[in-house]
Design a protein around this ligand. Structure first.
Ligand SMILES: NC(=O)c1ccc[n+]([C@@H]2O[C@H](COP(=O)([O-])OP(=O)(O)OC[C@H]3O[C@@H](n4cnc5c(N)ncnc54)[C@H](OP(=O)(O)O)[C@@H]3O)[C@@H](O)[C@H]2O)c1
Length: 177
């Protein structure tokens, strides 16, 4: 049985999640949630996400960076050339797998048929940017939790969604026993 994959993302109403190599907003409550949720975890992330996250190696995180540059490997950081290679490495690390993007990595992971939880901060604004979270709403999800938040600039919703897998659909078809 492969491990649960957790995807961590904050995106705007127009699915924007990045501008260049940066986040398109500063939302301290979401930043704190992100750091707390990923502390001590095994994390897969793209090269830009890694290089622009100064605290990535802190708080006991074990990292698998997807890149063509093997020299990025260092203490607590493994490198992989592709998403399947990164998943194979993360499978051997302790705990559930967290995927922190970027765009192509999210796209490839969302296309997999395996257990998945989406930690989605929906930022209730249309935001300018050029990096997008791929469309996720065509996939069947079950809402696990929801919490509202806001600050002076944005209102947002913290959602946890779990993918409905084939065996769940069978349960739904069969109905309760
Ligand atoms: N709002 C959020 O929650 C959130 C989450 C994640 C990212 N972001 C934003 O997104 C942007 C960064 O994401 P990004 O998509 O531009 O970059 P990225 O995925 O972090 O990094 C891109 C690099 O990673 C490697 N790579 C990525 N996907 C790959 C794949 N499928 N196969 C092989 N190699 C792959 C390549 O590295 P090499 O060139 O070294 O070979 C590629 O040039 C930033 O703006 C960031 O703030 C936002």
């Amino acid at each position: 049985m492969p491990k649960m994959i957790n995807l961590m993302v904050a995106c705007a109403e127009n699915r924007v999640m990045g501008r260049g190599t940066k986040l398109p907003w500063h939302i301290p409550e979401d930043q704190k949630f992100f750091h707390d949720e990923t502390a001590g975890k095994s994390i897969i992330l793209g090269r830009i996400c890694y290089q622009t996250w100064p605290r990535a190696r802190e708080d006991g995180r074990r990292l698998v960076v997807i890149t063509s540059n093997p020299s990025l490997a260092t203490d607590g950081v493994q490198v992989a050339r592709s998403v399947p290679e990164a998943l194979a490495l993360a499978e051997e690390l302790p705990g559930e797998i967290y995927v922190n993007g970027g765009e192509r990595i999210f796209e490839e992971v969302l296309a997999l048929d395996r257990p998945m939880r989406l930690h989605l901060t929906q930022v209730h604004a249309v935001v300018e940017g050029d990096v997008f979270f791929p469309e996720w709403r065509h996939i069947a999800w079950r809402e696990v939790s929801r919490r509202e938040g806001s600050d002076a600039n944005f209102s947002y919703t913290f959602l946890a969604l779990e993918r409905v897998v084939a065996s769940d659909k069978d349960e739904v078809r069969r109905g309760p026993v």
